[in-house]
Structures are given as C-alpha cells and as structure tokens.
Design a protein around this ligand. Structure first.
Ligand code: PMP
Length: 427
C-alpha cells in the first residue's frame, strides 16, 4: 500500500524526529487510536475563531454573543454528525470517559430504589467499565469467541433478568474495540436490548472517527466520543442521546450555569445540556470538534472505510507473514473492523518493541494493556501487546515502514541497547 495517500491532511505529518543513530526521519504516527492528530482544517478553524473568544451565555458584549453562537452552533453540528434525534441532547464533555461517567449518574434506579442495572462486556475499555461499577449495578459478561455466541449470551442475560423482574436499564457496549478494532453489529444489538427494555449506550471513542453512525437510524440511545480521537485537539467530547434520563439525572457538575435559581434553602437545576455543563465551557474545544465533524461529513463514508480497510488489511497480512508475530483477535467472525491492529512479537517485551520502533525507525505506536485489562487477561496477553492504528491522515508508506521495521527486529534484533527505567523501556 506504499502509494496510498492520506485522505485528508493532518497537522504534524512532516515532523522530523531523531533516531538513535543521529539521523532524522518523518514521524510515522501509528498511534491515532490513542489521540489522532488534528486535521489541518480543524487547526485553521481554531486559528480563525481564537480572536473571537469571549465569555459565553451570560456575557452581553458583542464577542460574548459571537462566542455563544459559535458554541451553540458547534453543539448542533456535533449532534447532527451522529444523527441526533430531534429530542436528543448533545452535552459537551471533556472526553468519552467524562461522557460515560455523566450518563452513569443518570441511569434510573429500580422501582425498589436499588441502583439501575447495567450490562457490560469484559471487552470494554476501562472508561466503559468502571463508571458502571459506581452508582449503578453492573453485571460484567465474559464475551464469547464469536460474534454470534456473544449476541446469544447478551440475549440470554437480558431475557433472564427481565423474566426475574430485575431488568437491565442499560447495555453499555463498545462501538469498536480499542484493542482489535472489532465490533458487534449495532442494529442487532439495539434490537435485542430494546426487546428486553434495555437502552443502549455505545462507547464511540473508536467508532465515530472511522465510521458514520446515526442514532436516528440505528436506534442507539446514547453515544459517547472524544474530540482528540476525532481529529480535533484534546479537551472536548460529547454525550448525545435521549433527553429524559439526562433531564432527570443528577447534574454532573454542581456550579454556575447548571442552575435556574439558587436559594440558601435549595437549588432549582436546569434541564437540557446546561444541567450537566456547570462552569465555563470549552468553547474552542467544541468548535474544533464541530469542525472535525464537518470535515469528516464531507468525506464519503465508503471512502473512509476503504482507505482504512486497505491499510488495516495490509497491516494484518504484513505482520502475520513475519515469523513470531501474532495478531490479537476477540471475535473470529467480526466484520468491518476499524483501523486498529494489536500484535505481539514472541521473545520481545511489547515495551521494547514500541521503544525500538520509535528509537530506530521514528514510528509511534502504543504498548501495554490499553486500559482493557480484563480483555487482555482473558485472551492470555497479561504481559501486554503492541498496537498500531491508522486513520484518514495515515499514508500507506507509514504502514509499510512499520511492517519492514518489525521484520528487521525479528531478523536482526534491536541495534541499540534497551533497558527498563522507572517501568519504561528506553535506549
Ligand atoms: N473507549 C475507548 C474504546 C477508547 O479507545 C478510549 C481511549 N483510549 C476511551 C474510551 C477513553 O477515551 P478518553 O480518554 O478520550 O476519555
């Protein structure tokens, strides 16, 4: 795939990074699943709106009105990008973690006052696991070896709970795994969950940047995602979904902006997004995320999928052709995985592989257990693995560099000496 060009320019693509031999090479950023570099158009928009920055909502000055309009327009753009229904709320958060913690505070209690029940799989990122263990009653299901088996397990768990009159309020599921890029079929999941009265929240951190998802057409009830994985800078994310739980739930943050009226004797909280957005909001972050949504919306979804699929397929086939390399999979029959490929190299610690790729080849990847300890443990990768990930800004040549570099490691070993210092592999 050496001649595959990025679909859209991103910032930082031409950065030269130093290698141990003293030379410099263009940085190959194959860690976009952790944080994707901003699209050039996003950087341009931020530069354009920064001078217009002023306090929002209650400011009477002209620029305050402009800032307020920018913020509220960004909210609508972000919601529209994920197919928000007319009555859905789009709440601007810090990131996916924030969005899921917010929703966890809004899951209704059971009729007897016990916390609402949430069903979750062990494949999840900790951000979609730990919030449900706080304040809601989480059941963590060990997923099956195939998609079909996992869907059956989910159905059985939901149906047993409904029959026992302890129904689940919510099924919390990854839109795409941050370890393997795989996912469960959204339409089927929604149909199963709704049949047993459970709502569905998708952790869209790895889905939204790579595939178009519409709440309206899929029936997904809530979607959480992060700006910094969606080609915008850090600090803004979103929770989009059904209004009733959000309007009735505990305000996520207590403070100015979330209240209609405060008396010493008690507080009257807002409904709508403001209820959960106390404090001065991240206007520039929201505008940047909206700009990224506009840029992605201008691309044909099939083109994005084709670009990333070509790179992913090459990564998998190139890596699997190397002796001692194993690619991690969750579901043997998963369809249409996004551009995330996790692998191990027998005989080399994942931390050493990642340090070697950086120091000797200028390639950025991630190693470890990817905030998915239960999954890595179940699959037998407790010592961690290495993850390469691609997006619309990735060039085929970067993927070829990674495959060649891993091949060199297996054939010749690392050329520099590596050591662990404070838990990190360094030259
Ligand atoms: N879910 C998934 C699937 C992720 O990949 C990540 C980030 N690694 C998160 C949730 C958490 O995202 P954030 O750190 O932006 O809150």
């Amino acid at each position: 795939v050496a001649d595959v060009a990025p679909l859209r320019p991103v910032v930082g693509g031409a950065t030269l990074v130093p290698l141990v031999d003293g030379s410099r090479v263009p940085y190959a950023n194959l860690d976009v699943a952790a944080s994707a570099p901003a699209l050039q158009a996003v950087a341009d928009r931020v530069t354009q709106v920064l001078p217009l920055y002023a306090s929002v909502h209650r400011g009477a000055g002209y620029l305050s009105q402009v800032s307020t309009a920018l913020y509220e327009t960004a909210r609508r753009t972000i919601g529209a990008f994920v197919g928000a229904r007319e009555d859905d709320l789009t709440i601007i958060t810090r990131n996916t973690t924030d969005s899921l913690n917010l929703l966890a505070g809004c899951v209704p209690a059971q009729p007897d006052g016990e916390p609402g029940r949430v069903l979750v799989l062990d494949v999840e990122h900790h951000a979609n696991l730990l919030p449900w263990q706080r304040g809601t009653d989480a059941t963590v299901l060990t997923g099956g070896a195939t998609v079909a088996e996992t869907l059956d397990q989910i159905r059985e768990e939901l149906s047993d709970a409904a029959a026992a009159e302890r129904p689940f309020a919510l099924l919390a599921l990854t839109g795409a795994s941050n370890v393997t890029g795989e996912s469960l079929p959204v339409d089927e999941i929604v149909a199963i969950a709704h049949e047993y009265g459970a709502r569905v929240v998708l952790d869209g951190a790895q889905l939204v940047p790579h595939r178009r998802i519409s709440l309206e057409t899929t029936g997904v009830d809530y979607l959480a995602f992060s700006g910094h994985k969606t080609y915008a800078p850090f600090g803004a994310g979103a929770l989009v979904g059904r209004r009733d739980w959000l309007d009735a739930g505990t305000p996520y943050l207590a403070g100015g902006g979330a209240v209609r009226r405060v008396r010493v004797a008690g507080t009257e909280w807002h409904e709508g997004p403001a209820r959960h957005e106390a404090g001065s909001p991240n206007v520039i972050g929201a505008v940047a995320l909206a700009a990224a949504c506009e840029e992605l919306a201008a691309l044909a979804p099939a083109d994005v999928a084709a670009h990333e699929n070509a790179l992913r397929r090459r990564l998998v086939s190139g890596l699997e052709a190397i002796d001692r390399v194993e690619v991690v999979r969750v579901w043997a029959d998963a369809v249409d995985p996004v551009g995330v490929v996790t692998f191990t190299v027998t005989g080399y610690d994942p931390g050493l592989v990642a340090a070697y790729l950086s120091a000797e080849h200028g390639i950025g990847v991630r190693d470890g257990r990817f905030c998915a300890h239960p999954l890595l443990g179940r699959l037998g990768f407790d010592a961690g693995a290495v993850r390469a990930s691609v997006g619309v800004g990735t060039a085929g040549e970067e993927v070829e560099r990674l495959i060649a570099a891993v091949g060199r490691l297996v054939a010749d070993g690392p050329q520099a000496g590596y050591d662990v210092v404070d838990g990190l592999w360094v030259v």
